[in-house]
Write a protein that binds this ligand. Structure first.
Ligand code: PLP
Length: 366
């Protein structure tokens, strides 16, 4: 690093490691061979959209009302409860920037969980406190409660990435009530369409410190457009609007999001979620039939977590055969764990054929 950059660079940024997104680890379009991506919890489906270029010469609305109204209706909340942003990831960052003072405040996370809460906090020089999940991946409510007045935001992912577990309502309620006068409890519902009855969106009126994160990246099959939502009390939304960029949602993104949220788009999404849930159960059964594989966590989202002693060799074998899944073994309590995103029936079959043949080779080598 040049000495000038080194002299100028913020201390907290010097030590940062960028988020190892699935796409950064294995960039799209590298090499000629077709790869099968089952590593980023994306949808395997692509859906068609129309584009109207008649307004591309104008700056877009900061909060396009067509998108806001459609998402609020879909979620059963009001437009005043709804913020749209560049993915749920931007929602995470806006919350930290609006509510945490750099160098002073802290957020609480419950690992193993989604990596961006900690990355965003560290980028903003906000401290990250941890209350790890228990061995069965339930919340350690007692430990979480000891952080009262020490954190401004509590991030809880439900269904949780990468464990696939959803937080029981009584646990979540206890946490939200415990922090009612001292912190916002942010429930990340990125996978809620796979477990719809567990949403907390209908409890916003009851709990002014409840914030919900949503995204079009998973069930809606739109990771490429970068569109997410924050649902919260109007006062929280107003605070986030103070720190959001003036034009965060490009016009083409707004057009696609509006179409995805029309009733036709929602039925398509529901049908695809039903299909993926079925596929997931088939994958689970097949994995469970392998004696060297232990299923880990639960199945409330579009992925499966499993443990096997030969995870390095298995990963390499899959990479060599152009299938990518995700190593989760660096997270607490997830030693030797790999995560598979549920794909199409064909992709899953291709994956399982390889996994079966890998373990057959392992057996015959013994
Ligand atoms: C994928 C994911 C997100 C990110 O959503 P984007 O809208 O694509 O930014 C947020 N939270 C969790 C738990 C996720 O798995």
């Amino acid at each position: 690093m040049s000495s000038l950059v080194n002299k100028l660079l913020c201390e907290n940024v010097k030590n940062l490691k960028p988020y190892e997104s699935a796409r950064r680890l294995f960039a799209a379009g590298s090499g000629e061979t077709q790869q099968t991506w089952l590593n980023a919890n994306e949808s395997p489906f692509t859906n068609p959209y129309n584009m109207d270029d008649g307004r591309f010469n104008r700056y877009p609305d900061c909060q396009p009302s067509g998108v806001i109204n459609a998402y609020a209706a879909y979620s059963g909340v009001t437009a005043q409860n709804t913020l749209v942003s560049r993915g749920a990831d931007e929602g995470i960052e806006l919350l930290i920037r609006a509510f945490c003072t750099p160098g002073e405040d802290a957020v609480l996370i419950c690992p193993p969980t989604y990596g961006m809460y900690a990355i965003s906090a560290e980028t903003c020089d906000v401290k990250v406190e941890k209350a790890p999940l228990k061995a069965d991946f339930s919340l350690d409510v007692e430990n979480i409660c000891t952080f009262k007045d020490k954190v401004k935001l509590v991030f809880i992912c439900s269904p949780n990435n990468p464990t696939g577990t959803s937080v029981p309502p009584d646990q979540l309620q206890a946490v939200i009530e415990h922090f009612s006068d001292s912190a916002l409890v942010v429930v990340d519902e990125a996978y809620i369409e796979f477990n719809w009855q567990c949403t907390w969106a209908n409890k916003l009126n009851q709990y002014p410190n409840l914030v919900i994160l949503r995204t079009l990246s998973k069930a809606f099959a739109l990771a490429g457009i970068r569109c997410g939502f924050t649902l919260a009390a109007p006062e929280v939304i107003q605070a986030l609007l103070k720190v959001i960029a003036p034009y965060p949602i490009p016009e083409p993104v707004a057009q696609v999001a509006r179409q995805a949220l029309e009733s036709k788009g929602i039925s398509k999404m529901l049908q695809q979620v039903g299909d993926l849930n079925k596929q997931r159960n088939t994958l689970k059964e097949q994995l469970a039939s392998i004696s060297s594989v232990e299923l880990v966590g639960d199945d409330k989202a579009n992925f499966i977590l499993f443990r096997c002693a030969q995870k390095n060799e298995l990963m390499q074998y899959l990479v060599d055969n152009h299938i990518l899944i995700r190593d989760q073994s660096k997270q607490v309590n997830l030693q030797n764990c790999l995560r598979i995103t549920v794909g199409t029936a064909d992709q899953n079959q291709q994956l399982m054929d390889l996994i079966f043949s890998f373990f057959k080779q392992q057996e015959s080598a013994q």
